[in-house]
Design a protein around this ligand. Structure first.
Ligand code: ATR
Length: 278
């Protein structure tokens, strides 16, 4: 049998860090296999999935703009993907294409690893943004008993759509509402691109948060965002977004290569080194 090979598909695809993560694990675990970038032009994505069984790949990750096409292409999917209406990981099982969404898992595993006990006394949470990442995180927080979850978004319709999907525990809000929502929040998560290198600043008054609030930024470039730095200097627990990127890759690797890998400081350092390269 030939060596198992997986890929990440997208268009364009060259900025994906996934090959660094999976190749690190292949190497560390001594597994003969590969993980490559596979550019797929939008008008060929249907054909790509139709021919997947003969492509030589054991599975793939899916990134923009192919998430919808992937959702339509799989033969079955895990319940979380169905609930979220999105998937990012695909593998072959007895000739059938199976899909999963691993973002909620990655988010939870990151906080479980970096802020043990963070959900011991769940209460209100504030999620900034209402895109795909916010959807996965809102579901993850509901599963750990957080409520209400205030979803703060520039475009009101997207926050409302989240509430329609998940019910009354999700409270759509706008940025002007933020000062009144922060004092009771146990957790603040930024899922927007604000604060990312080359993007506008994220302006949040962390002074308005309670003394036991946890702050998590999904942005990992820079690793220490202004939001996290401000939270830390106010004495709050703060968790960066790189861990979610690493943890969300675990289930795919296990499906493709047969071993459950670990997120270690060495993996983190290897990925950080590539971020420094730009
Ligand atoms: P992802 O799938 O990573 O969540 P996305 O679906 O593109 O990405 O969502 C990006 C989020 O960042 C959205 O909530 C977006 O707000 P809108 O829904 O109003 O577009 C938010 N965002 C991006 N740039 C922003 C900006 N300059 N100001 C406020 N919100 C911004």
């Amino acid at each position: 049998m030939s060596e198992p090979k997986a890929c990440v598909i997208g268009w364009p695809i060259k900025h994906s860090r996934s090959p660094v993560i999976h190749r690190f694990w292949l190497n560390a675990l001594g597994i003969a296999g590969d993980y490559v970038l596979q550019p797929v032009e939008p008008d060929t994505v249907k054909a790509f999935f139709a021919g997947f069984r003969d492509s030589g790949y054991v599975g793939c990750n899916v990134t923009v703009p192919h998430k919808e096409a992937a959702f339509a292409a799989v033969d079955e999917m895990e319940p979380v993907a169905e609930t979220l209406g999105a998937l990012n990981t695909i593998w072959l099982e007895g000739g059938r294409l199976v899909g999963a969404s691993t973002d909620s898992f990655g988010f939870l595993a990151n906080l479980d690893g970096a802020a043990a006990g963070w959900h011991a006394d769940p209460g209100a949470a504030v999620v900034l943004g209402a895109g795909g990442a916010a959807r996965a995180i809102a579901w993850a927080l509901l599963s750990r008993g957080f409520a209400p979850i205030h979803v703060v978004n520039r475009t009101p319709a997207r926050a409302k759509a989240l509430a329609e999907r998940f019910g009354p525990s999700i409270r759509p809000a706008g940025w002007p509402d933020l000062p009144t929502l922060l004092p009771s929040a146990r957790l603040l998560v930024n899922t927007t691109s604000l604060g990312m290198e080359g993007q506008p600043d994220l302006r949040v008054d962390v002074g308005a948060l309670g003394d036991h609030a946890l702050v998590n930024d999904l942005v990992y470039s820079p690793l220490e965002t202004t939001l996290l730095a401000n939270a830390r200097s106010r004495g709050l627990a703060a968790v960066d977004g790189l861990g979610m990127l690493l943890h969300q890759a675990v289930p795919g690797f296990e499906h493709w290569f047969g071993t459950r890998p670990e997120v270690t400081p060495e993996l983190r350092a290897a990925v950080l080194a590539t971020l420094d390269d730009g």
